[in-house]
Design a binder for this molecule. Structure first.
Ligand SMILES: *[C@@H]1O[C@H](CO)[C@@H](O)[C@H](O)[C@H]1NC(C)=O
Ligand SMILES: *[C@@H]1O[C@H](CO)[C@@H](O)[C@H](O)[C@H]1NC(C)=O
Ligand SMILES: *[C@@H]1O[C@H](CO)[C@@H](O)[C@H](O)[C@H]1NC(C)=O
Ligand SMILES: *[C@@H]1O[C@H](CO)[C@@H](O)[C@H](O)[C@H]1NC(C)=O
Ligand SMILES: *[C@@H]1O[C@H](CO)[C@@H](O)[C@H](O)[C@H]1NC(C)=O
Ligand SMILES: *[C@@H]1O[C@H](CO)[C@@H](O)[C@H](O)[C@H]1NC(C)=O
Ligand SMILES: *[C@@H]1O[C@H](CO)[C@@H](O)[C@H](O)[C@H]1NC(C)=O
Ligand SMILES: *[C@@H]1O[C@H](CO)[C@@H](O)[C@H](O)[C@H]1NC(C)=O
Ligand SMILES: *[C@@H]1O[C@H](CO)[C@@H](O)[C@H](O)[C@H]1NC(C)=O
Ligand SMILES: *[C@@H]1O[C@H](CO)[C@@H](O)[C@H](O)[C@H]1NC(C)=O
Ligand SMILES: *[C@@H]1O[C@H](CO)[C@@H](O)[C@H](O)[C@H]1NC(C)=O
Ligand SMILES: *[C@@H]1O[C@H](CO)[C@@H](O)[C@H](O)[C@H]1NC(C)=O
Length: 742
């Protein structure tokens, strides 16, 4: 105690004789300190402010640095900081500081010696002042709430500025491009990303002879890439994704020989890829997906020997990729060519890229078989090959099961009409040790759900809809410890709902379920429902709701009461089967359920009163069964459309138009006449199924519709078979109309 008191005395004495802090600065700092709400700083314990936490003084006792990042500071920044005229470094990043009035941000203007200003990750708002102090070198105002335009005068005096980051605010107006050579000729780094900048990027950057990083992604920028950007030969990064840029990427880009990152995804760029792109030997990342690029991949691309990621999915590219020689791309980790018009087969040279983690070639016109050489890709974890013309599923599975790192396989809309390899095809199965997602939907596969699936102990998502699987749902499915998403919809599955399926560990109220880490998607999945709506990007799979989809099969028997054990289930779709008996009361134990579809079965009895306790239910359909009695009254159940309940002759009460008490037993026997009477109410899809039109429907639209449907991934995200079929019908009609026109 005494010792530390002495120590403080000593330090104060020592400090005051050497470089005592100046009174004006001390009181300015105190003003700053006192406007903070409960500052977690011990500034008051010493008289010499040069010894306060985060403060550095020069030999004359002037404060030169204020370094208080991540100190949990809350409150407004007092303008008195503007009195610290010797300050060169000001770092208040990662706090919760705000401006009491919008003018407050001007406090740094008198700081003529300021070189570094870092106010990032705070809650500062308002507009920028007209200029920067003249000695400034680094400005980081990113991740705040600033708005307004960046004034053209802002850089004028800042001749030593090298780095300027205003990303993640709500700035608007044009990007200031006239920075060099007159204002800030030394600029190296410009980051305008995640704002609301708009308009064309005007010329100017081409004169920045030291510019290395230019980022302005996630804005509303339009027009062409500025022609003079190709003159900024020091550029290492061009990052402008998620804007509205159009036009082509000029061949002149090959002059940017330092370029390592070219990121222009989600724009409206067209034209062909620069033919000599291979001259950019430092390129590491190419992200050009979601554009309108056309033509083939330039062979010189294979000279970009430092390439780590190539993303050019969802363009209009074409050409035979078989002959491309990937053998020089020794660093390649991700190859994403999905949704183009590529033809040929997987080039053998690709298998020599031994660091490959992710391959996505889905939705192209590729063909052929999976070759055993793929096993040499020891890190391969993500393989998406859906929507091509692959053959030999047995061979593919036998080979891929030996790829030990594989986590994600989608082969949807492939191997059309083949038979799923049964167990004798996979003798001594011991593979797919890490497989978590298997999607084989829309393959029209025949056979039964094979026993070897029961050994996929890490499987989380099993997507087998739109096949021709027969037999019953295997009871061992309920023993897969990680499975939480099953889709067996639109198959020919019969038998009963196995009670064992109600023991799925991940769907019981089990605390371990919440702990599973879904952070493993090597490539994001994009979902774009309409062409003019920005695509949603999913890097994780946890958006996949725990689900059981069994719609459109021939499953009979009761809905087991044990279903009430699946407490974590979000979506249950048993529609269009032959379920009979009553709706089990236990369904109301599924407290997280948000979609329940039991329509088009033969369910009888009353709707259990307890169903109204399902607070999260946002979709319900029990139409076209044989339910009876009043619909339980609750704001929840009455909020659904009458169509959710229609087609049940003996059901009454809101939202149905018929009041209870008016229906009596005599109507119950008129089932046949009801079908006839109600025919004009029966939705289109129902008629199409019953009348066998479904065959013609598929015949007309063929695989095109499957491709389109998969492209927009409607199936995963629509809750029920009606929506899915409705979407398919719309697509089908659009296609037929287009065909008629041409
Ligand atoms: C003030 O706090 C800092 C860090 O919390 C500590 O390093 C310093 O010694 C403290 N100063 C005094 C005088 O207590
Ligand atoms: C410091 O600045 C503030 C606000 O700009 C001013 O009111 C004050 O007089 C100055 N001096 C001191 C010692 O705080
Ligand atoms: C501010 O301080 C943080 C934490 O020490 C540091 O990461 C950051 O680079 C500093 N800002 C500048 C511009 O130096
Ligand atoms: C910029 O930096 C140079 C060299 O470090 C220095 O001489 C000059 O004073 C600084 N300020 C301005 C405004 O040029
Ligand atoms: C700009 O700041 C953001 C944080 O707000 C950071 O993520 C980004 O990397 C910075 N930009 C550059 C070019 O350093
Ligand atoms: C952008 O700012 C928000 C808060 O305003 C923050 O949650 C987010 O992490 C920031 N993004 C980046 C890339 O720093
Ligand atoms: C933006 O550029 C386009 C050409 O891409 C041009 O037609 C248009 O006039 C420009 N708009 C402005 C505001 O400069
Ligand atoms: C690029 O630089 C060259 C040589 O300095 C110059 O002649 C040309 O006009 C510049 N191009 C653009 C588009 O500014
Ligand atoms: C590339 O830059 C050189 C000078 O550095 C220039 O002579 C040449 O014309 C440029 N090429 C293109 C295609 O712009
Ligand atoms: C790749 O580079 C080599 C050597 O630099 C060159 O000989 C070859 O022509 C280039 N290939 C292509 C397709 O550009
Ligand atoms: C693929 O090519 C066909 C005809 O060659 C064309 O109709 C279709 O639009 C192309 N698809 C894409 C995604 O470019
Ligand atoms: C299917 O693939 C396997 C393994 O590559 C191969 O042995 C078999 O011959 C292939 N079958 C056909 C019909 O091509």
């Amino acid at each position: 105690m005494t010792l530390s008191f002495l120590a403080i005395l000593f330090f104060s004495y020592f400090a005051s004789t050497n470089h005592a802090c100046h009174q004006i600065e001390k009181s300015s700092l105190m003003s700053f300190f006192l406007t903070l709400s409960s500052p977690p700083l011990n500034w008051t314990s010493m008289t010499n402010c040069c010894y306060w936490e985060g403060i550095t003084c020069n030999q004359d006792g002037w404060v030169t640095r204020l370094h208080l990042p991540s100190k949990g500071l809350k409150g407004g920044i007092h303008p008195s900081l503007g009195n610290l005229t010797h300050l060169t470094h000001l770092n208040l990043s990662h706090n919760s500081l705000h401006c009491p009035t919008s003018k407050e941000i001007e406090f740094f203007l008198p700081l003529n010696r300021l070189e570094i200003l870092d106010l990032s990750y705070n809650l500062l708002s308002g507009e920028l002042p007209l200029s920067l102090p003249s000695n400034i070198q680094i400005v980081d105002l990113s991740t705040n709430h600033f708005h307004g335009v960046v004034p053209s005068s802002f850089f004028q005096q800042a001749r030593n500025l090298t780095s300027f980051n205003v990303s993640n605010n709500t700035f608007s107006g044009p990007i200031p491009s006239f920075i060099c050579p007159h204002s800030s000729p030394l600029i190296k780094l410009l980051d305008f990303s995640y704002n609301k900048f708009s308009g064309n990027i005007s010329r100017g950057l081409g004169e920045c002879s030291t510019l290395q990083v230019f980022r302005a992604g996630n804005n509303n920028l339009s027009g062409l890439l500025p022609e003079d950007i190709y003159n900024a030969t020091t550029l290492q990064e061009i990052v402008l994704p998620v804007n509205l840029l159009h036009g082509t990427i000029s061949d002149r880009i090959v002059n940017l020989t330092n370029l390592a990152i070219l990121n222009l995804y989600y724009n409206q760029l067209s034209g062909v890829l620069p033919f000599h792109i291979g001259k950019l030997s430092k390129l590491k990342l190419i992200l050009l997906h979601f554009n309108y690029l056309e033509g083939s991949l330039p062979p010189t691309l294979m000279n970009c020997t430092n390439l780590i990621e190539l993303h050019i999915g969802d363009n209009n590219l074409e050409g035979d990729i078989s002959a491309l020689n990937f053998s020089k791309l020794g660093q390649l980790s991700k190859l994403d060519l999905w949704s183009n018009n590529f033809t040929g087969t997987i080039p053998m040279s690709l298998y020599s890229c031994k660091y490959l983690k992710a391959i996505r070639l889905s939705l192209n016109d590729l063909e052929g078989q999976i070759q055993p050489e793929i096993i040499s890709l020891k890190s391969l974890s993500f393989l998406s090959l859906s929507g091509n013309k692959w053959t030999n599923i047995t061979g593919a599975m036998k080979i891929l099961m030996r790829c030990e790192s594989l986590v994600y396989i989608t082969f949807s809309y492939s191997f059309i009409g083949e038979e799923i390899p049964a167990d004798d095809g996979l003798v001594g199965f011991d593979g797919f040790k890490n497989l978590r997602i298997l999607s084989l939907c829309g393959c029209e596969l025949t056979g039964q759900i094979p026993l070897w699936f029961s050994k996929l102990k890490k499987l989380e998502i099993l997507n087998l809809d739109l096949n021709r699987f027969t037999g019953s749902i295997p009871s061992w499915l309920g023993t897969l410890p990680r499975l939480f998403y099953i889709n067996l919809g639109s198959n020919f599955i019969s038998g009963e709902f196995p009670k064992q399926l109600c023991r799925l560990a991940m769907l019981l109220s089990d605390p371990t379920a919440a702990q599973v880490d879904h952070n493993y998607l090597e490539l994001p999945i994009f979902i774009r429902l309409r062409d003019n709506v920005k695509a949603l990007q999913y890097n994780y799979l946890f958006y996949f709701p725990p689900s059981i989809y069994l719609y459109n099969n021939s499953i009979s028997g009761n809905v087991p009461t044990e279903i009430g054990q699946l407490r974590l289930l979000h979506k249950l779709d048993l529609s269009f089967n032959n379920f009979s008996g009553s709706i089990p009361d236990q369904i109301s134990n599924l407290k997280d359920l948000d979609a329940l579809d039991l329509s088009l079965n033969h369910l009888t009895g009353k709707i259990p009163d307890s169903l109204k306790s399902l607070n999260f239910l946002s979709y319900l359909n029990v139409s076209y069964n044989d339910l009876e009695g009043p619909i339980p009254r609750s704001t929840q159940l009455q909020s659904f459309n009458a169509s959710a309940f229609e087609g049940n002759q003996k059901l009454c009460g809101a939202p149905l138009p018929n009041e209870c008490g008016l229906v009596n037993g005599s109507d119950a026997d008129n089932k046949n006449s009801q079908d006839v009477d109600d025919e004009h109410h029966i939705p289109w899809f129902f008629i199409s199924f019953v009348s066998g039109f479904i065959v013609g429907f598929w015949g007309v639209c063929g695989s095109l519709i499957l491709k389109t449907a998969w492209r927009y991934r409607y199936f995963q995200f629509l809750d029920n078979v009606q929506d899915r079929l409705y979407v398919m019908r719309i697509m089908c009609m659009t296609m037929m109309r287009r065909r008629l026109r041409t």
